[in-house]
Design a binder for this molecule. Structure first.
Ligand code: ADP
Ligand code: MG
Length: 242
């Protein structure tokens, strides 16, 4: 059984069909990278998995549970999924440590002292142990994004969703964030990642999926998909971004 199983998902906004009979499986420990032109449906797919959007049709199963069932406890599903966006979304008035402990304490009822210990461990893991009491605006963009990753990881999620997490960063800060993601993947974290960073995708992905107009047009191991794409649209996309 796959950790994440997306089957025949359809999603429209008005008359705009954004996910069209979309199916994808992610196995535990796998790193799957989604690529495709802007507007192809990558973010919407991640948002459907995190229940920020409801699907119109199809099923999404996480660890054997149908999370598209309308009776599902959304908070509980989300607590098993870490999500990080392009913009860091850290609360500016809270310290880095308080950003990381907020959800565990408020949403999940973790006792304060334990939440703090876990948060400090996670900040250490992302290389920010010395920034725990800093405010977000005292950090570089790369540090802020690493803090956002620590915040998403602190509940020990089963799955991490990462949506263009380096797109807003200055080029010299991209590497530190991608290195962290490589590390998390090699430690066995299951990840579904949207990115335009092809050399990162090549080195970290078990599978790369090319989305075209809401469909999964082609998927395969990095070497195959990037070097020998079968579909003309995939070839054209790769030519354009290189
Ligand atoms: P990508 O992440 O691949 O760039 P998105 O999933 O963001 O693509 O968008 C896919 C399509 O869905 C686009 O046409 C976008 O305009 C539309 N879309 C996304 N979110 C919404 C929304 N909340 N309301 C209406 N249309 C949306
Ligand atoms: Mg997007």
């Amino acid at each position: 059984m796959s950790l994440l199983s997306i089957r025949n998902v359809r999603k429209s906004f008005g008359t705009n069909l954004v996910l069209n009979d979309f199916s994808l499986d992610v196995e535990a420990g796998e790193c799957v990278v989604l690529i495709g032109a802007s507007g192809s449906g990558k973010s919407t797919l991640l948002r459907c998995v995190n229940l920020l959007e409801t699907v119109d049709d199809g099923v999404i199963e996480l660890d054997g549970t149908d999370i598209t069932d309308p009776r599902i406890d959304t908070d509980r599903v989300r607590s098993g999924i870490g999500i990080v966006f392009q913009s860091y979304n850290l609360f500016p008035h809270l310290s880095v440590l308080d950003n990381v402990t907020l959800a565990p304490i408020r949403v999940h009822g973790v006792p304060k002292a334990r939440a703090r210990t876990q948060a400090l461990e996670m900040l250490d893991r992302v290389g920010l142990a010395d920034k725990a009491s800093a405010k977000p605006d005292e950090l570089s963009g790369g540090q802020q994004q690493r803090a956002a990753i620590a915040r998403a990881m602190v509940n020990s999620p089963k799955l991490m969703l990462l949506d263009e997490v380096t797109s807003a960063l200055d080029p010299e800060l991209v590497g530190e964030v991608l290195d962290l993601l490589c590390e998390l993947s090699s430690e066995g974290m299951t990840m579904l990642i949207c990115t335009h960073e092809m050399s990162f995708a090549r080195s970290v992905a078990d599978k790369i999926c090319f989305l075209d107009q809401g469909r999964l047009l082609e998927a395969g191991p990095p070497q195959q998909l990037l070097e020998h794409p079968a579909e003309p649209r995939t070839q054209e996309f790769l030519r354009r971004i290189r």
